[in-house]
Write a protein that binds this ligand. Sequence first.
Ligand code: ZN
Length: 432
Amino acid sequence: MGTLLITNGTLIDPKNKKNGKWDLLIENGVVKDILKSGSVGAGLKPAHKNFQVIDAKGLVVAPGFVDLHTHLREPGFEYKETIETGTASAAAGGFTSVCCMANTNPVNDQASITQYILKQAKEKGLVNVFPIGAVTKGLEGKELSLMGELKKAGCVAVSDDGKTVRNAQLMRLAMEYARSFDLPVITHAIDPDLAERGVMSEGSMSTSLGLRGIPNEAEDIIIARDIYLAQLTGARLHVAHVATREGVELVAKAKKKGLSITCEVTPHHFTLTDDAVSGYDTNTKMAPPLRSEEDRRALIEGLRDGTIDAIATDHAPHALIDKEVEYDCACFGIVGLETALALSLKLVESKKLKIEDVISLLTWKAASIVGLRKGDLAVGADADVVIFDPNQAWTVQASAFQSKSKNSPFDGMKVKGRVKTTIVSGKIVYTM
Ligand SMILES: [Zn+2]
C-alpha cells in the first residue's frame, strides 16, 4: 500500500482537539503523521513510488463518518440495496464505517449470517461494515438470539430495529444477556399497539390529511420502559432515532441519574416536520414519523446540550414499487447516507452547532457507542478520512444517488456542503 499526503486543508479532528492547517500523512493504511501545513519539504520524502498528494485547499479534512444505523438490505432484499451499492452510497456520503441492522432475510440472528455479511463486505464493500445482530430470533420477539455467538462472529450491538421488542420481560432478559457479553442494546422505540396502522405523526396535520396517526407517546412509553429496564439490569442502552421532545427529556433524565444510556437522531428528524407530509409524498413516510416543529427544536437542543450523542442516518432504501403506492401502503424509510453531511451542516449555517460538533456527532462519538476504535485521526489510527467542501452549494438529485434506491424527501432541495473524497484505510474509495 502506498503513501498519501493530504495537504493545504483545514484538518478538523475533534477527538484530538485539532482544528487548523495541518497536513495528513498516510502510510500503509494508517495515519503516519500530522504535520504543520506545508512542512513536507526536502526532509520528508516518502520512498514509495506510488506516493500521492491530494491538495485540499479550501476543504475540510476530517475523520471518516461512522453511521450507527444503516440498512444494507443484503441478504434478502437485494432489489432495494446490496452491500456493494449500500457501501458505495456510504462512501459518497463521507461515511467510512457503517453499522448495518439485522432486519435482512434471513435475519442476522446467527453467526452464519453475520459471517456472510462480513464476507460480502470484504469482497464487494467500499467501506467498513460492522453488523448489528438481532435481539430475538427472526425479529419475532419470542426467543432471544444467541448473542455470544453473534458477538464472536463480529456483531457490535444487538437490535430488533424495524420492530420493537414488545414483551417487557423478554426485553429485560435481553438486556441481562447482552450485558454479559458487553453488547449495547439498541432499541427501536415505537409501541406497536399504540402505533398500529399509523403512517404519520398524530396531530392536526394527520387529521387534515385523513391519515392515521402515531402519537408521540408511542415512542415515549417504550423509551421510558427501556430506560427503566436498563436501570434494572445495568445494560448499555442506545435509543435509535429519537424523534420527540419527551424522548429527549427522558434520555437527559436517565443520563443525569448516571445510567449507561445513549441516543442518536437522524438528519431527517432534525430537518423536517410533519408539514412535509402535506403533499402525500411517500418519501416523507418513515419510522418514527416526522414530528412537530416543537419536537424538531427539542432535537436540535438535545444535540446542542449533549443529550443526543450521535447523528445517525437510518439509511432505509426502498425500491420504487415499495414507495409508488398509496401513502397507507408505502414502506417506511428513506435513503440517508448521501444527504447526511449537507443536512447536518445546515445546523452550522443556522449557528445551532459548530462544525466541530457536527463532525464529533458523525465520528468518534458515534463510534464510541458501539465500542469502535474509529472516528479520529491520531497517529496510528486507521486512515479513514473524508475531505469535503463545507461551502459548496448543490441540489440534491436522488436519481444520481449511488444507492440502488432513490427514495428521498430531499430530492430537489438546495443544500450546502459536498463530499469530495472518501478514504478508507488509506485507499481512495470515492472521489467527486
Ligand atoms: Zn428503527
